[in-house]
Design a binder for this molecule. Structure first.
Ligand code: COA
Length: 388
């Protein structure tokens, strides 16, 4: 009996649209503790990683599940530096993209294209997948920076393997080496976005992985899923709100009016965190320092007043700032344009995606859910010449 026949004769099952509260795998990669406001990668608290670690070490922790020894970390940094270069054919592809192509679409296309240059693309062994993950993670910042330079009519800069991923990314993007605070803030932002357990994009990557598609295909699926405004786009909206408010003296009334009209303030509330999102607290401190360095304290004050007003009005409903409230502001203060926020999210999250995919392959099962058929079952086919 086919599935369709089965669903028409069975009583209507419970339908888990959105898969809320459905566990799809066991994982030892990431714990989001929404009650206590903690985020752990492989058991390590992101507050410690943001303070003491680097994006390269965080990737190592996510993918290997342990802290690297000193030489292993040095080797990982060397390998990331080396794999940052992209093939001239890939740069040619970036030049072919229409001028107004959204950078996240360009990144998705470029990652797909990139797979053709990886000789190990179809080698399914764990060791080959680890190497592919390292190469792909290394290249993503270069893709984003190179495309941004091209659309601005500027020269594409080659990577500097001596620099860390975050610092070199800002250099390749802006054309100048960032000051130490900006490099540190970029590094911390990449650490904080590197994973967040089984969200929509990690699940999309997992579904593709479950068919035993190659690693690049799984990341293309993840990037496509991240693009949606319900997933990767909230920090853009949060920053736009701050820019619209403009002046600190307008902030409280803006929030109160929005709430009175039952509107939502972007960058607040979370499905899992019912308290302060620990990532928001970390980025808030860096956004403050950056705003002082850039002389843009007014915008930070706007953010502070919006935060204080929303928390005062909505903490009874467990609504607090999430990471997006401060990440948009942080990127803006780093001089990064709005439409690069989601690609930068992908530059970081690719670490978590690859970790989840490699973990899933250790005990793979094809993802094949059901839908409950509610359409007609006895339509009569009428040849086209006899249709009205
Ligand atoms: C993220 C989000 C979808 C979580 O939704 P949720 O867990 O379903 O929370 P709920 O929608 O049940 O919210 C509970 C209450 O708080 C209110 N609320 C939630 N987030 C709010 C926000 N950002 N601004 C104003 N009110 C908010 C809801 O309207 C609801 O009020 P009600 O009980 O009077 O109906 C939601 O908070 C939101 O839309 N936030 C803004 C977008 C955003 O920042 N997204 C990024 C998330 S990482």
């Amino acid at each position: 009996m086919s599935i369709t026949e089965k669903s028409t004769i069975e009583a209507r099952p419970k339908i888990d649209k959105g898969l809320d509260d459905i566990y799809v795998k066991e994982s030892s990669i990431c714990l989001v503790d929404g009650r206590e406001g903690r985020l752990l990668y492989r058991g390590w608290d992101i507050r410690d990683l943001a303070q003491h670690s680097s994006f390269e070490e965080t990737i190592y922790i996510l993918i290997h599940g342990r802290l690297p020894a000193k030489e292993e970390l040095a080797e990982a940094k060397r390998a990331f530096g080396e794999s940052r270069a992209i093939d001239p054919e890939v740069v040619k592809l970036l030049r072919c993209m229409p001028e107004d192509a959204p950078p996240i679409d360009v990144l998705r296309t470029a990652v797909s294209f990139l797979s053709n240059f990886d000789k190990e693309r179809d080698d399914p062994t764990r060791a080959a997948n680890m190497r592919k993950a390292q190469r792909l993670i290394g290249k993503m910042p270069t893709l984003v920076a190179a495309h941004h330079r091209i659309r601005q009519g500027k020269r594409v800069l080659v990577p500097d393997p001596k620099l860390g991923i975050a610092e070199d990314f800002l250099r390749m993007l802006t054309g100048k080496r960032p000051d130490p605070l900006s490099a540190k803030v970029m590094d911390v932002a990449l650490i904080l976005h590197a994973d967040h357990s089984m969200n929509a994009s990690a699940f999309a990557a997992t579904v593709a992985a479950s068919t035993l598609a190659d690693l690049y295909s799984t990341i293309v699926a993840a990037i496509a899923t991240l693009k949606g405004p319900l997933h990767g786009g909230a920090n853009e909206a949060a920053l736009k709100t701050m820019l619209t408010i403009g002046k600190p003296e307008n902030a409280e009334s803006y929030v109160l009016n929005t709430l009175q009209n039952h509107g939502k303030i972007f960058g607040f509330g979370h499905r899992v965190y019912k308290t302060w999102d620990p990532r928001a607290l970390i980025l808030r401190e860096y956004a403050k320092q950056l705003s002082e360095l850039r002389g843009e304290e007014d915008l930070f004050h706007v953010a502070e007043i919006v935060q204080d007003t929303v928390v005062r009005e909505l903490s009874a409903k467990h609504i607090y700032p999430n990471v997006d409230f401060y990440s948009g502001l942080t990127y803006h203060l780093l001089g990064i344009p709005l439409d690069l926020f989601t690609p930068i999210f992908a530059v970081s999250r690719v670490a978590g995606w690859t970790a989840h995919v490699i973990e899933y392959w250790e005990d793979n099962r094809l993802v094949r859910p059901l839908d409950y058929y509610v359409g007609p079952t006895h339509n009569v086919y009428v040849p086209v010449e006899r249709r009205a």
